[in-house]
Design a protein. Structure first.
Length: 401
């Protein structure tokens, strides 16, 4: 296809549908380019590193789609929305990358999703803020992970049933859109069950010292301490909570854990008897998950964790969309992805057409004693699993035509 044909096709498409104005055609002669925008430096760099591995794994295993080779570029967002926007804009315009999987932090994911939608790209993320597939939903953005509403319903909810005598709950929360979402839903479910929210401590995304927040928590004498932060911040908060002796008389829940990579850094002794909410766990009995575990161990000699698995499936969603559409025209790929049902990493998964939210399980794990671990990755047992999602209308999604 030469330049004149491309312009002619674009003009014709624009007459057919307003959506096609934002449709992007990849150059047929070169590879299909993917962007992997994640924090590769800063406090969430470990998550970014594993996410980059997940994208690399699925692209290297797939090799070609529609007879075209596949390539990708790793982008360091540093976890900062302004930098993330510049990175994806440059990759879109200079590197001709039109398909993006990443955005570990909700603030950067929201910014990149809006930017790529305007440019005509596709963005699939694992970030948790309800707004991503809620009030800020758009045609170019998809989300694989369960949002904050479902994460709280599938962790705090089961924990209430498991510990009916636990009446007093305290939260530690990062002060940005993701943390606010988790906190709001925690307050709501506690109120519904006539339980007392005895206090909350906010912290910034740069915080490393949690002793002051934990001192406040101990003063409130909670039955349950809920950590609503993520990544290295939740790890440090848990380490310091255990060193303060909170685990001896307080139930601890990390509502949104990173999973295996986090447990490796914490160690079995710290994880024992702590509850964790996770999007993914490597022992889930699903064919795609078993394939991922085999491929990951063969290529990297590790068991896949959440960050790796999330980037893997987010990228695969777009690859499958391209194959189904038989085109790299982003408008056609979006249409092919909408409503797709498939066997995913957590079993049967579905991309809900109305808001581009993937319907999947969320898991509550409980850390086990080191002596009971069957292998080096056997940190936890699955206590419960389930699906809780707001309807698109209740989430506030009004998908543009």
């Amino acid at each position: 296809m030469n330049r004149r044909d491309i312009l002619k096709a674009g003009a014709t498409a624009a007459l057919v549908s307003p959506l096609s104005l934002k449709s992007v055609f990849a150059a047929e002669s070169g590879p299909i380019m993917f962007g992997a925008p994640n924090p590769m430096s800063g406090p969430f760099a470990a998550n970014g590193k594993f996410a980059a591995m997940g994208t690399d794994l699925i692209l290297s295993q797939t090799k070609t789609v529609l007879g075209q080779s596949l390539a990708h570029k790793v982008l360091d967002t540093q976890g900062k929305p302004a930098i993330a926007i510049r990175q994806v804009q440059d990759a879109f315009e200079k590197d001709k990358a039109h398909f993006f999987a990443g955005g570990i932090l909700s603030s950067e994911a929201l910014a990149m999703g809006k930017t790529l939608d305007k440019l005509g790209g596709i963005f699939v993320t694992t970030a948790g803020a309800d707004e991503i597939t809620g009030t800020d939903c758009n045609r170019g953005t998809f989300r694989w992970s369960v949002p904050t509403f479902g994460a709280i319903r599938e962790t705090v909810g089961p924990l209430i049933k498991l510990h009916p005598k636990a009446k007093r709950w305290y939260t530690i929360t990062p002060q940005y859109v993701f943390g606010e979402g988790l906190l709001g839903h925690t307050k709501n479910i506690l109120k519904e069950n006539n339980l007392e929210h005895v206090g909350n401590s906010y912290h910034s995304l740069d915080e490393r010292e949690f002793s002051g927040y934990l001192t406040n928590a101990m003063a409130a004498k909670p039955d349950v301490l809920v950590l609503l932060n993520f990544g290295s911040q939740s790890s440090e908060a848990l380490r310091q909570a255990v060193s303060f002796g909170l685990k001896t008389n307080t139930i601890i829940l990390m509502a949104w854990a990173s999973g295996l990579e986090q447990f490796d850094s914490l160690g079995a002794d710290l994880c024992e008897d702590v509850y964790f909410g996770v999007q993914y766990w490597h022992t889930v009995d699903a064919p795609m998950n078993k394939t991922l575990v085999e491929q990951c161990r063969a290529k990297f000699n590790i068991t896949p964790n959440y960050s790796l698995a999330g980037a893997y499936i987010c990228t695969k969603m777009m690859l499958d969309g391209i194959a189904k559409a038989n085109s790299t025209d982003t408008a056609k790929v979006i249409a092919a992805m909408e409503g797709a049902q498939y066997d995913g990493l957590t079993g049967k998964e579905e991309i809900r057409k109305a808001d581009h939210q993937v319907l999947k399980n969320y898991y509550l794990l409980k850390g086990k004693a080191k002596a009971k671990m069957a292998d080096k990755d056997d940190y936890c047992d699955i206590v419960s699993e389930g699906q809780s999602f707001l309807s698109p209308a209740d989430a506030g999604c009004k998908m543009p035509a």
